[in-house]
Design a protein around this ligand. Structure first.
Ligand code: URA
Length: 249
């Protein structure tokens, strides 16, 4: 960070280019003390920053200003592998990224989904973000829709919230709800902050309700929404900010 006349780009310009607000509105945000650079509230108008390195927060939410950092959401279809490359040429996440974004260079998939599981898989070239989002200590929630067979015991939610013993230790859900019932099919939503392998399938197996179909619908505040299977989209500024905020970056 430097003063007027120094190196870098004026902070209000950086904020405007990041899509936060117009330059004039950005100046108002700064005067109101809502803009922080590298942990310090900045109210002075002449401040210049390096957009590639400055850590900027507006209202406590991280604003990514360097143009090199990428945050993507894929709706992974059933059958696709959660890898950037497959030796045997099986269809994998890296193929979609290559087709749609032109390159897989430096991109990490944030955790994995089983080949049979569909839904939201995040990708980024910010290694620290990817690491934190998958590390259990940051407790980022993941939301899944699971299809199981009727009937379901009345106390299934209570059982899952209380915790179930698996081979590699107990697991409990943060929340459970029945979303839809139709004939022999029940759709349930489970939210947990666990990343262990096959965790939802093993959890529901353990209560005799094997999963027929599994879709991840959210990671933290980022939702799959109506994104079509096999498509890739850029996360918006609020989504990116929410992910950084969830892991203390
Ligand atoms: N739990 C599972 O069982 N599979 C996944 O792909 C993700 C969570």
């Amino acid at each position: 960070m430097s003063d007027e006349g120094g190196e870098g780009v004026r902070l209000q310009k950086v904020l405007a280019e990041a899509g936060v607000a117009s330059r004039r509105q950005a100046e108002i945000l700064m005067r109101q003390g809502r803009v922080e650079v590298d942990g310090r509230v900045v109210k002075e108008m002449g401040i210049r920053v390096d957009p590639d390195t400055a850590v900027i927060h507006v209202d406590g939410s991280r604003i990514v200003t360097d143009t090199e950092t990428v945050h993507l959401a894929l709706n992974k279809p059933e059958g696709m592998l959660s890898t950037m490359w497959d030796e045997q040429g099986r269809r994998c996440v890296g193929d979609v990224v290559l087709e749609k974004a032109g390159s897989t260079k430096g991109l990490f998939h944030v955790g994995r989904l089983d080949a049979a599981t569909e839904g939201l898989l995040l990708l980024t070239n910010d290694g620290e973000l990817a690491h934190r989002l998958t590390h259990p200590s940051y407790e980022v929630s993941k939301t899944y829709l699971a299809e199981i067979r009727a009937p379901i015991p009345k106390d299934l939610g209570r059982q899952l919230r209380a915790g179930v013993e698996l081979d590699d230790g107990p697991v409990a859900v943060d929340s459970f709800r029945v979303v839809d019932r139709s004939g022999a099919r029940v759709m349930v939503e489970v939210v947990l902050h666990e990343g262990r392998k096959h965790i939802v399938r093993r959890l529901l197996d353990a209560v005799d309700k094997p999963v027929q179909r599994l879709v991840r619908t959210a990671v933290g505040d980022v939702r799959l929404g109506d994104q079509r299977p096999g498509t890739l989209r850029k996360l918006n500024r609020d989504e990116v900010g929410s992910l950084y905020g969830a892991v203390g970056l």
